[in-house]
Design a binder for this molecule. Structure first.
Ligand SMILES: *Cc1c(COP(=O)(O)O)cnc(C)c1O
Length: 402
């Protein structure tokens, strides 16, 4: 208790709940005393004298030098994310992919092995297989809900296990705690791409993960404006990632960090509203005669339902469904929509709809598509915050049309 009081005296947000942290964590005011977070659009910083410049460069004196590696607005965003994820530290990056790349370059070396869920963001697969491979880092992909496959996938050089849950587009739910135990027994690190849930719905570090990766482009922005990413975890790992960003430059723009700070303030409200709309749409699709199958962990019939109910505080905004028929029928449904945006992005107040087999997962071979369940009649919807009646009507038009 004494310890708690001491920390409380130092940090008024110590022990604060997620809603408070999302709105207030990390904010530092400039001497103007502004109420809203200040946007520091500056590439470099001036020093009072030559001695101060020398001390800032050497790191002896804390403070800003150059925005490739520190910026007060970016710092506020990093501290807010660290607070929300319950992480010791966090570092912003120019995109979600930059967060994944920076983590790998900073923490892996030639000869190391990555064990990865086969249901990760498509570009992550390309990064690992086409590019990291060139530098001697190999990757094995496994079915994320087959724990025997995970176990069999470890090699003596496995250093990083990489997973997304729920998966895209079929909403497989992966047991983070179980995977963390497997990973740690083999002396590796578990990185979770928490983009689909955000800390508002899921806290992977509390379940044993070592690193959190986000594409802030999605729900953290929440309105489809900016690219950005973040890596959160223990300071010793985050410092390594920051070291790479300082040397290589995939840094987060302060303007984008400012957008994300404002986005975070409504994160939980939005995530709950996305989840509510997605559940209602999934239930409606599930009862539709032209729909073959719906994939959404909020439906009790989904294989991941119980685990998601335990591991997440809501089921998230992304669902997919198979229409009766093939590609033609799926395309007809998509082309008949007038409200939903036909785009691959997600995590937006605007609902998006896409045909995975010919877009997001178009680069997979027919065998890989079959393995991953990406059939020609599959449609993915990232449910936004429009009126649910209008969204149902938008899909009903296409579904009633063949
Ligand atoms: C979009 C996305 C990424 C990549 O993020 P960018 O910001 O587009 O670089 C990584 N992981 C997941 C799960 C994503 O949805």
């Amino acid at each position: 208790m004494g310890n708690f009081d001491e920390q409380l005296a130092e940090d008024p947000l110590f022990g604060a709940a997620l809603d408070t942290l999302a709105i207030r964590a990390g904010q530092s005011r400039s001497h103007e005393g502004e109420h809203s977070e200040a946007l520091f659009l500056t590439s470099s910083y001036v020093f009072a004298n030559a001695k101060e410049a020398a001390d800032r460069f050497s790191g002896e004196q804390p403070g800003n030098v150059y925005s490739r590696y520190t910026n007060p607005t970016v710092r506020m965003f990093e501290e807010r994310i660290a607070a929300l994820e319950g992480a010791e530290s966090a570092v912003g990056t120019s995109s979600g992919m930059a967060a994944i790349l920076s983590t790998c370059i900073a923490l892996l070396k030639s000869g190391d092995h990555i064990l990865c869920s086969r249901s990760v963001f498509g570009t992550t697969t390309v990064l690992f297989t086409k590019f990291l491979q060139k530098f001697g880092v190999t990757t094995t992909f496994v079915n994320p809900i087959d724990y025997a496959e995970w176990e069999a996938g470890f090699t003596a050089t496995t250093k990083l296990v990489f997973v997304e849950t729920p998966s895209n587009p079929l909403c497989d739910v992966i047991d983070i705690q179980r995977l963390a135990d497997l990973t740690h027994a083999r002396g590796a690190l578990l990185a979770v791409d928490n983009c689909f849930c955000t800390p508002a719905l899921q806290k992977p570090l509390e379940l044993g993960a070592d690193l959190i990766i986000h594409s802030a482009t999605k729900y953290i922005d929440g309105q489809g404006r900016c690219l950005g990413g973040v890596v959160a975890g223990a300071k010793k790992y985050v410092d390594e990632v920051l070291g790479f960003i300082r040397s290589a430059g995939p840094s987060l723009s302060p303007f984008n960090a400012w957008i994300f700070l404002k986005g975070l303030e409504t994160l939980r409200l939005r995530m709950e509203a996305h989840s509510r709309n997605a559940l209602a749409l999934a239930q409606w699709l599930n009862a539709h005669p032209k729909v073959e199958k719906v994939f959404y962990a909020g439906l009790p019939s989904h294989t991941g339902h119980e685990l998601a109910a335990k591991q997440q505080s809501a089921f998230g905004g992304v669902l997919s469904f198979r229409v009766k028929g093939g590609r033609d029928e799926a395309w007809k449904v998509i082309d008949a929509t007038r409200i939903m945006s036909l785009t691959a992005n997600l995590g937006d107040t605007k609902t998006t709809i896409v045909h995975p087999a010919t877009t997001t997962h178009g680069r997979l071979s027919p065998e890989q598509k079959a393995d991953a369940g990406i059939t020609e009649n599959l449609i993915r919807v990232a449910v936004g915050l429009e009126d649910i009646g209008d969204l149902k009507a938008d899909l009903a038009r296409g579904l009633g049309n063949y």
